[in-house]
Design a protein around this ligand. Structure first.
Ligand SMILES: [Zn+2]
Length: 424
């Protein structure tokens, strides 16, 4: 039994009310992106750290989109970073909400509102973890930075991307708060996230009167033919890194543990790490119902397990598309590779230990399906970036978004324990 660890865990339980109130307050700032104005929210976070006597610094290109870092000194050799974002996605149609999206209502053991899960909950837990760390002897903790970034929901060019490119992130590990699947009884660490290949297909044709299609060249027809061939990429077997196989297995098991899944969904979940997922998310063509269209375009969203050969997928897709026999088209690619930390890396091992110490349960190691700002801290800054946070499964970007108070406390415990465990 380590007395300091016990102190930290008890303190987090005792601060349950405080972390709840902070989360509620953070939700009350409308930081919907776009436009992504987070200044007031960040000023509130800054004031909290000031009240703790913790030094902060603001980095902003746009004064309405500041990024804040709070630094807690430590005598242990490592540097730990926490990465949280303060912007949120739109609340969407109010009709789908039974709670005020910006009310920060607390009821049923939950805090409700836009951003509760993604990710003001993790922001609140990080703030309280900082408070707890200050009560631990400096010799027992590692130097820790708490980052609150802007613009995550719109590409991060004012946030983590810019901070990484300008060399602001330096550390031995960066814990990304965007992780939405843990509960105190079934915690999970995301060791990485999938990459994406966006493909835009543009097709040219020739207009004609709708009554004489044979005089025209129908761009929509051609596009459909191209897409039909291109979508066969979902049967292209991927070469997954062998060290990821066990994580893939546990990711699948974790996702299948859901009684609401249909057989079709289960099959898709089992397939999606060894094959690309493909989603036709945008299609556009035609101007008028009696005119043969001369232009059409579509966007395919293709997601790949990190570590696989993107070039091979691209090559295969190009050959599938050209096998359609269609002419006068162009392909535009937007590639963002995923990343992962080895399950045996120090970053993953120490974070797992912190979770186990906090909750008494070993976390499941898994891969996230979407992307996070961890891409920039891992790929650009070269810092191992596993993810753990307070978010609730299925709640990110959903109506009636909430986070549970027990998840807030859980995350505060883990975040406060890691700087004590990392150099142990
Ligand atoms: Zn997020």
């Amino acid at each position: 039994m380590n007395a300091t660890f016990n102190f930290v865990k008890d303190r987090a339980e005792n601060l349950s009310n405080e972390v709840t109130q902070i989360c509620s307050k953070l939700i009350s700032f409308n930081t919907v992106n776009p436009p992504g104005r987070v200044r007031e929210c960040v000023e509130y976070i800054e004031a909290y750290f000031k009240s703790l006597g913790v030094g902060t610094e603001v980095y902003a290109r746009d004064p309405e989109k500041p990024n804040l870092v709070a630094r807690i000194p430590g005598k242990r050799p490592s540097r730990i970073l926490y990465l949280c974002h303060t912007d949120v996605v739109t609340e969407g149609s109010l009709e789908s909400w039974t709670h005020d999206p910006f009310g920060g209502e607390v009821s049923e053991g939950k805090v409700w509102g836009r951003g509760a899960t993604d990710m003001k909950g993790s922001c609140a837990s990080a703030m309280v973890a900082a408070k707890i760390l200050l009560d631990v002897d400096e010799r027992e903790r590692a130097y820790t930075e708490f980052w609150f970034t802007a613009d995550e929901e719109c590409g991060s060019s004012e946030g983590a991307k810019w901070l990484a490119e300008t060399g602001r992130f330096r550390g031995d590990v960066c814990i990304v708060g965007d992780s939405f699947d843990s509960t105190p009884r079934k915690p999970a660490i995301d060791v990485g996230c999938k990459g994406s290949m966006g493909l835009k297909v543009k097709v040219k044709g020739r207009t004609a009167h709708g009554s004489t299609p044979f005089y025209g060249d129908n761009a929509v027809d051609k596009l459909l033919k191209l897409l039909e061939c291109g979508r066969r990429i979902s049967d292209f077997k991927l070469d997954v890194p062998p060290e990821l196989e066990s994580v893939i297995e546990s990711s699948i098991r974790f996702a299948l543990d859901d009684p609401d899944l249909t057989e079709e969904q289960k099959a898709a979940i089992m397939k999606q790490y060894h094959y690309p997922t493909v989603s036709l998310n945008l299609i556009r063509g035609g101007e008028k119902s009696n005119v043969v269209p001369d232009y059409a375009e579509a966007s395919l969203d293709i997601r790949l397990t990190p570590g696989v050969d993107f070039k091979a997928v691209k090559k295969r897709l190009e050959s599938l598309v050209s096998s359609s026999g269609v002419r006068d088209y162009t392909l535009e690619w937007h590639v963002m590779k995923g990343y992962y930390e080895s399950p045996s890396s120090k970053a993953v091992e120490k974070l797992s230990r912190a979770v186990e110490e906090a909750l008494g349960v070993k976390p499941t190691l898994k891969l996230m399906w979407g992307g996070t700002d961890g891409y920039y801290t891992h790929v650009v800054s070269g810092i191992p970036s596993p993810a753990f946070g307070a978010g609730v499964k299925g709640m990110a970007h959903a109506p009636d978004e909430y986070v549970t108070i027990e998840n807030l406390v859980m995350t505060a415990k883990v975040y406060a324990l890691l700087p004590l465990i990392y150099d142990g």
